[in-house]
Ligand binder design. Structure first.
Ligand SMILES: Cc1ncc(COP(=O)(O)O)c(C=O)c1O
Length: 415
């Protein structure tokens, strides 16, 4: 060990450590889902906890073929533009112009490294500490983390079977609430599986005009619809909207390709912020995304395959719940990957979880997503990765865990 000289011995020698972390980092807690997934990966556990797309549905053959062409052209390995590769932005602009019947140009599109990055960048460039952000109660944990990380103060609004409760929001706005952002997952919400009605959307658009807030329309699951009609984008009703879309649930999340479409003032600020985050989204995966999305016929048949696969899974899960858990209440999700199961109020799903893990099944307790409420008797079940027979087995195990609960903590739990 080197001798300690006089000067050094006057310096507090605590060493580099967590005291160097910013206040914001020290306050940030790790995601409950991530902590829980450690147990969900135990051998023999059927996990309905993760929000992952099914690996077996990744279009690997098309990706391998595209990769060999893309990687053989060295310019595809060069630094790229912060706004994203022109080829991908053109394809995205065409897709939205056709699907949403709203003309979009490549300049309106900003490519990002996952829609999680879109949420983070939007939060960074709009929020000052204490600024209010409307979110659902319960809500996607990644959005909660991004808004809180930028100092936002979350204002939770209930979600019911018609989506975000716009009446409650209107009441709060009348009483003086002045949010900068309103976060909205319009279709197949994570975690509740609910979609918002057209009537609520148009009222939300009117509110955003009257009270001058920006709607963050994050719709990663809308493309995975198996029943009913798509929900129209709020961009057809107001200019106060930034759309976030991703290929994570439809092609593969490991590519980290997503995009934002929004007002110029926002995208300009996002581009400056993104330069200091990652300069640009990886060029190679942008070209992969462009090749797959640009091959319209193949992409459409891939999407039909996804929808029928996830619909089978949803039906298996719902059938098993009806057979084995008559005490559970749930709506039928018309798409996406999640089903929100509510049990009798006497059941605490936080305390049910260890019993369920012992029985070999994992879920996410509702409280993990709660902003102000507790959602204690609810849980999120994902049907995306388990097979139909695993889903049935998982529900039988869950029903057995509920029996354990009734025989144990359920009986002695306080009212
Ligand atoms: C509602 C919602 N938004 C955003 C994301 C993040 O998606 P991405 O992989 O594009 O970052 C997820 C991922 O689960 C999500 O559920």
């Amino acid at each position: 060990m080197p001798p300690i000289d006089q000067k050094a011995s006057n310096t507090p020698n605590t060493g580099a450590g967590p005291h160097l972390l910013s206040q914001q980092s020290r306050q940030a807690t790790s995601s409950a889902i991530r902590d829980l997934l450690v147990h969900a990966r135990r051998p023999g556990v059927i996990s309905l906890a993760g929000g992952l797309p099914s690996t077996e549905l990744f279009p690997t053959t098309s990706l391998v073929a595209a990769a060999s062409t893309i990687l053989s052209q060295p310019q595809n390995l060069q630094y790229g533009l912060t706004e994203g590769e022109m080829r991908l932005r053109e394809i995205v602009a065409d897709i939205h112009t056709t699907d949403d019947q709203l003309p979009i140009t490549p300049d309106d599109v900003q490519i990002v490294s996952g829609s999680q990055q879109a949420l983070d960048l939007i939060a960074r460039v709009t929020l000052d500490p204490g600024d209010e952000v409307v979110v659902g109660d319960s809500e996607y944990l990644g959005a909660i983390g991004a808004f809180r990380g930028a100092g936002g103060r979350l204002v939770p609004i209930p979600i019911d079977s018609h989506g975000l409760d716009v009446d409650t929001l209107a009441g709060q706005l009348r009483r003086g609430l002045r949010p900068k952002l309103c976060y909205l997952i319009p279709e197949f919400h994570n975690p509740t599986g609910e979609s918002i009605t057209a009537e609520r959307l148009s009222r939300l658009a009117i509110l955003s005009d009257r009270y001058a807030f920006l709607i963050v329309e994050d719709n990663p699951y809308g493309a995975l619809r198996f029943d009913g009609e798509p929900v129209r984008t709020m961009a057809s009703m107001t200019d106060n909207v930034v759309r976030c879309r991703t290929i994570s649930k439809t092609i593969a999340p490991g590519l980290r390709v997503a995009w934002m479409i929004g007002p110029g003032w926002l995208l300009d600020a996002v581009r400056v912020a993104k330069q200091s985050v990652d300069l640009h989204t990886p060029t190679v995966t942008q070209h992969l995304a462009a090749t797959l999305l640009g091959n319209t016929d193949a992409h459409q048949s891939h999407m039909s395959r996804l929808a029928s696969h996830y619909m089978d899974r949803r039906d298996s899960l719902m059938g098993a719940l009806r057979d084995h858990m008559p005490e559970g209440r749930f709506a039928s999700p018309a798409g996406g990957m999640f089903l929100w199961l509510s049990l009798p109020e006497s059941v605490d799903t936080n305390r049910l979880l260890p019993l369920a893990l012992d029985r070999g099944v994992a879920f996410v307790p509702g409280s993990a997503f709660a902003v102000s409420g507790t959602a204690r008797h609810s849980m999120r079940l994902s049907y995306s990765t388990a097979t139909p027979s695993e889903l049935r087995e998982a529900v039988e195990r869950l029903a057995a865990a509920l029996t354990d609960w009734a025989d144990g903590p359920g009986v002695s739990s306080p009212p």
